[in-house]
Design a binder for this molecule. Structure first.
Ligand code: ZN
Ligand code: ZN
Length: 324
């Protein structure tokens, strides 16, 4: 196979070099996929040996697809029709594409998240048992559980910070930021491999603080609900509570092309405040645009975009292609 294509000598055009096939691929993305596969193998192996694979997957689905979350998405969708930050049709291209991501989330991402938690905990317990703080065994639940949830939120903030600072992670996070028509469904617009670092980091405080006690599933569901609301197409700032909890208006600033460095919080704003990266919105602010300048990730708003399913495949494949 000829890898180098040179124009005929003397035609006045410089030789053009066609990259080798592997030069057109992004190696770091394949490494992250391999790491994710390894964690999943550890989880499946441990659960099969315990005979609990089906039980744990069902429990994960109950936490991450709880009726409370479904009800919240539907109620938020109704609020978006009544008080939209940006008025647009129900079947706007962004809504349809994000609905496909919701389907992917239900079928692929929820089991993936469940197994990532199990695999990360198994790896930490076997390779770094010293992180388990046995002293917390006797702490009362009313102190330990909120402390663990807040620490998990801090770990999620750190993972999100890394998503923006480290190029190999940004390649997967960019898809989430590519949405130009934010709605509650955008919470599910994420590459499945975007979750690996977050679950690895968020498992650390759980294993450290509560090695022998599970967190009540309802708390995880409530945490996910608050995290889902932040993408709503609403101007809500949550008033005084918005100084502590991430509101749709607060998170919208993070999705603006020119202020992505601020407001990285997932549920709590305290981490942004501590890092000097909090920018609080006001009700009087104009509703800014969202998305990525130059559209580095293929988006449905582009007139040349193909069918929604074909575009979904392109969006999922994009991080594996080398950037020119
Ligand atoms: Zn982000
Ligand atoms: Zn977001």
């Amino acid at each position: 196979m000829t890898q180098v294509r040179a124009r005929a000598a003397g035609d006045g055009v410089l030789p053009s070099v066609r990259p080798l096939w592997w030069q057109r691929l992004c190696l770091s993305s394949f490494l992250l996929a391999g790491l994710t596969g390894l964690i999943l193998l550890v989880a499946v192996d441990a659960l099969l040996r315990q005979g609990r694979l089906g039980t744990v997957l069902a429990a994960g689905r109950a936490e991450l697809a709880a009726p409370l979350l479904v009800a919240l998405v539907v109620a938020t969708g109704i609020c978006e029709r009544i008080w939209p930050a940006e008025r647009r049709p129900v079947l706007a291209r962004g809504h349809i594409q994000d609905a496909l991501f919701l389907a992917l989330h239900a079928v692929v991402v929820i089991p993936l998240m469940t197994l990532l938690s199990v695999g990360a905990a198994a790896l930490l317990s076997s390779h770094a048992p010293w992180i388990e703080l046995r002293a917390t065994e006797h702490w009362p639940g009313w102190l330990l559980v909120p402390l663990t949830v807040v620490a998990m939120d801090g770990a999620n903030w750190l993972a999100h910070y890394a998503d923006h600072r480290l190029d190999p992670l940004w390649r997967f996070h960019a898809l989430h930021h590519s949405q130009e028509e934010l709605s509650v469904l955008t919470s599910f617009r994420a590459h499945p491999l975007m979750h690996t670092t977050g679950f690895l980091l968020a498992t650390v405080p759980v294993v450290a603080l509560m090695p022998a006690r599970p967190i009540a599933p309802v708390l995880i569901t409530i945490y996910v609900c608050i995290g889902t609301l932040q993408h709503a197409n609403l101007r809500w700032t949550f008033g005084p509570a918005g100084r502590v909890l991430v509101s749709p208006a607060y998170h919208r600033l993070h999705h603006a092309p020119d202020t992505q460095d601020v407001n990285l919080g997932v549920v709590l704003t305290i981490w942004d405040v501590l890092a000097g990266l909090a920018q609080f919105p006001s009700r009087a602010d104009a509703v800014g645009r969202t998305g990525l300048d130059g559209r580095p990730v293929p988006v449905e708003q582009d007139d040349s975009a193909g069918s929604a399913l074909l575009l979904l495949a392109e969006q999922l494949a994009e991080p594996f292609q080398a950037q020119s």
